[in-house]
Design a protein around this ligand. Structure first.
Ligand code: PDD
Length: 277
């Protein structure tokens, strides 16, 4: 497999990561996951825009134009002959002896991107998954797609240990998002989801779903709902680049709606599917 390392294509054994990389010391960097369908990247521009926004929010300047980066990713997909899978891309602040503050000059960001061949989890899109509530103890800038994922990792682990696919995070009673996804509820034909503020990552899949809602005519209310309201939803689902639209059929032993994928979720999946390359 070929990797993209800064602006060069290398083989895996040529990769050299410094002990002083700030990504390694502090998780000081940002990342993206971009899905590839039939050898084409999906919503690549939106992902690249968000990468630059995340970088800007942590005062990291990416030393390429968006067009150059997109072209390099395109070449990476082609070189690795990826048909269905995704690109993982991260950029760290760079290499400097460990100190918490970062130098304002003389530090080069370190970009690494690789591809992964992966089949779409079609069974899961139909059968749905189980989830568990976990208190959201992350920081207050969840809008940044930061490499610092310890809060997310621990929440996912807690869910995983109980046989659940996802942790539904909540601050107090209010549901924010999943540990690696956005969360949506449908009640009386209306779709509810947390607003895109600093408490959640504004998912690219989330944005596509809101567009699908517009096209289908599903009213959307971008307002946080409570844990109690979550359990009373007719339908519940999560979204992410890799999980697309995945129904949540059970939360901590409570069946959601009929306990199977709901009709609106299925309609949204169909509408989403039509947008894929
Ligand atoms: N995770 N919220 C969080 C905390 C996430 O980590 C993700 C994605 C999302 C959904 O964003 P998008 O639709 O743009 O993928 C929401 C990626 C897939 C990951 O970390 O692997």
């Amino acid at each position: 497999m070929i990797l993209l390392w800064n602006d060069t294509f290398i083989s895996e054994d040529e990769l050299r990561i410094s002990k002083d990389d700030r990504g390694y010391h502090f998780g000081d960097g940002v990342y993206e996951v971009i899905k590839v369908y039939g050898a084409s990247m999906f919503t690549a521009e939106e992902h690249i825009d968000r990468l630059y926004e995340s970088a800007d929010k942590i005062k990291l300047i990416i030393p390429y134009t968006k067009d150059v980066l997109q072209k390099m990713l395109y070449d990476l997909v082609e070189t690795n002959n990826v048909i269905d899978g995704h690109i993982y891309l991260q950029i760290t602040r760079g290499v400097v002896p460990r100190q918490h503050y970062f130098p304002s000059e003389g530090i080069e960001p370190m970009l690494l991107a690789y591809t992964k061949e992966a089949e779409r989890p079609l069974n899961q899109f139909e059968a749905g998954v189980k989830a568990k509530f976990v208190e959201d103890v992350r920081w207050l800038r969840c809008d940044i797609k930061s490499l610092n994922l310890l809060g997310n990792v621990l929440a996912k682990q807690e869910a995983h240990e109980e046989g659940c696919y996802e942790a539904i995070l909540h601050r107090g009673e209010k549901v924010t998002e999943g540990s690696s996804s956005n969360i949506f509820g449908i009640k009386g034909g209306v779709l509810y989801t947390h607003p895109a503020d600093n408490f959640i990552l504004n998912g690219i899949t989330r944005r596509v779903i809101l567009q699908c809602c517009k096209e289908i005519g599903i009213p959307v209310i971008e307002e946080a709902f409570t844990r109690e309201q979550t359990l009373a939803m007719d339908e519940l689902f999560l979204s992410s680049t890799t999980s697309e639209i995945t129904p949540i059929i059970e939360v901590e032993g409570n069946r959601i709606g009929s306990g199977a994928r709901g009709q609106w979720t299925e309609k949204l999946q169909e509408s989403f599917e039509k947008k894929l390359p």
